[in-house]
Design a protein around this ligand. Structure first.
Ligand SMILES: NC(=O)c1ccc[n+]([C@@H]2O[C@H](COP(=O)([O-])OP(=O)(O)OC[C@H]3O[C@@H](n4cnc5c(N)ncnc54)[C@H](OP(=O)(O)O)[C@@H]3O)[C@@H](O)[C@H]2O)c1
Length: 328
C-alpha cells in the first residue's frame, strides 16, 4: 500500500496532536507544513514532523508530492482552504466544524465531488472503539428503540477576546467548537431533526458562551445537546431506549468505556486505546484512500452538510451571526 504524503495546513494546537497521532498509524507521514509564517512552519516541521518541508498555504496546493491535506485552520477558513486543495487534486481531511455554515459546507462537498477527491470532516469520535461499540450495540437492538439522546460538553475558560473560542472572526463560541460533539451524537443515533429549539447566552465578545438545544424527531424521539465555554459541565451522554440505556462517561466525545443498563445491573464495556485517539480517523482516511473511496461511510459528506444545517438553525434561534455572513 502507498505511503500517503500529508500536508498540514495550520500548525496550531490540534495539528500538534495530529502529528503525535500520525506516529501511531501505518501508511502515511507528514511531508509538508503550511503556515502564514515561515518561522511557525519550520518550528512545527522540526518539532512535530521530522523536518518536513515548509511553505505557504498556496505552495502546499502546488506541491505535486502531497496527496492529502489536513486542514486545521479556524473554521472561518475551512471552506476557503479546503476548496483550493481539492481543486488542486488533493484529498482533504478537514477539522470540525466542517464549515461556518451549511452553504459553505455544500460548496466544499461540491468541490470534492466535481474533482473526484476524498473529503471528510474530522469527527474523530466516530472512529473510536467506544463509538464503534456504541453503534454495534444500538444497531443490534441492545436497548431497544432509541427515543432520547442527551449529551453535554463544556469547560470553563476565562473570557479572553484574544482566544480563538471567544473570537467572532474565527468562528468562536461553544456551539461550533464543543456543541458539534453532542449534536453529532444525536445525529448518529436519531438522524435529522424535524424541528429544533434552542436558547443561548451571547457574551461580551459576541459569541455564544452557553447554548442548549432540543431536537424533535418524527418518531417521537428527542435529542438534547448542551455546550458551554464558561462552566465545567458533566461532559457525559446518555442514550435511552425502550429496553434500557447506555451511558458515555466524560468525555462523551472520546470515552474509554461505555456502561450499558438493561435491567440486570450496569455492564461496563471497555473501549480503551493507546495514544491519541485521532489515530483512528487517520487510519480510516488511509483505508479509504487505499480503497479509492471519495468519502467515508462512518462520516459521510451529506452528514456533514446536515450537521452544518442543524448548527445554522440553532444559531438562528439564538441570534448568532458571524461577520462573514452579514450583508456588506
Ligand atoms: N478534533 C479536535 O479534537 C479539535 C480540537 C481542537 C480544535 N479543533 C478544530 O481545529 C481547528 C483549529 O483549532 P486549533 O485549536 O488548533 O486552533 P489554533 O491553535 O489557533 O491553530 C489554528 C492555526 O490556523 C492557522 N491560521 C490560518 N489562518 C488563521 C487566522 N486567520 N487566524 C488564526 N489562525 C489562522 C494558524 O497558523 P499560522 O498562523 O501559522 O498560519 C494557527 O496555527 C478549529 O476548526 C477547531 O475547531 C479540533
Amino acid at each position: 500500500m502507498p505511503d500517503h504524503r500529508w500536508g498540514v495546513a495550520g500548525p496550531g494546537g490540534i495539528a500538534v496532536r495530529f502529528a503525535n497521532a500520525m506516529q501511531l498509524v501505518e501508511g502515511g507521514h507528514i511531508a509538508r507544513v503550511a503556515s502564514r509564517s515561515p518561522e511557525r512552519a519550520r518550528a512545527y516541521a522540526d518539532a512535530q514532523a521530522n523536518g518536513a518541508a515548509c511553505g505557504s498555504y498556496e505552495e502546499l496546493a502546488e506541491d505535486p508530492d502531497i496527496d492529502v491535506v489536513y486542514v486545521a485552520t479556524p473554521q472561518t477558513r475551512h471552506a476557503a482552504d479546503t476548496i483550493p486543495y481539492l481543486e488542486a487534486g488533493k484529498h482533504v481531511l478537514c477539522e470540525k466544524p466542517f464549515a461556518i455554515n451549511a452553504g459553505e459546507a455544500r460548496e466544499m462537498v461540491a468541490a470534492a465531488r466535481s474533482n473526484g477527491r476524498f473529503l471528510m470532516e474530522a469527527i474523530w469520535s466516530r472512529f473510536l472503539p467506544s463509538y464503534r461499540s456504541l453503534v454495534e450495540l444500538v444497531t443490534a437492538g441492545a436497548i431497544g428503540q432509541v427515543l432520547r439522546v442527551e449529551a453535554d460538553f463544556g469547560f470553563r475558560i476565562p473570557v479572553d477576546p484574544q482566544h480563538r473560542l471567544f473570537d467572532l472572526e474565527r468562528g468562536g463560541g461553544g456551539l461550533l467548537d464543543l456543541g458539534i460533539y453532542p449534536l453529532q451524537l444525536c445525529s448518529l443515533l436519531l438522524g435529522t431533526p424535524d424541528d429544533v429549539e434552542a436558547v443561548g447566552s451571547i457574551g461580551s465578545t459576541g459569541i455564544d458562551e452557553q447554548v442548549a438545544a432540543v431536537l424533535h424527531y418524527g418518531d417521537g424521539a428527542i435529542g438534547i445537546a448542551k455546550a458551554s465555554i464558561r462552566v465545567n459541565t458533566s461532559c457525559t451522554a446518555r442514550i435511552s431506549g425502550t429496553d434500557g440505556w447506555i451511558d458515555l462517561p466524560a468525555f462523551m466525545h472520546c470515552p474509554d468505556h461505555l456502561v450499558v443498563n438493561r435491567g440486570s445491573g450496569p455492564e461496563r464495556i471497555d473501549a480503551t486505546y493507546e495514544g491519541d485517539g485521532l489515530r483512528f480517523e487517520i487510519d480510516a482516511v488511509h483505508r479509504c484512500l487505499d480503497e479509492g473511496l471519495t468519502e467515508s461511510d462512518v462520516m459521510p459528506l451529506d452528514e456533514s452538510v446536515r450537521l452544518a444545517s442543524t448548527l445554522d438553525t440553532i444559531r438562528d434561534r439564538i441570534g448568532l451571526v458571524y461577520p462573514s455572513e452579514r450583508p456588506a
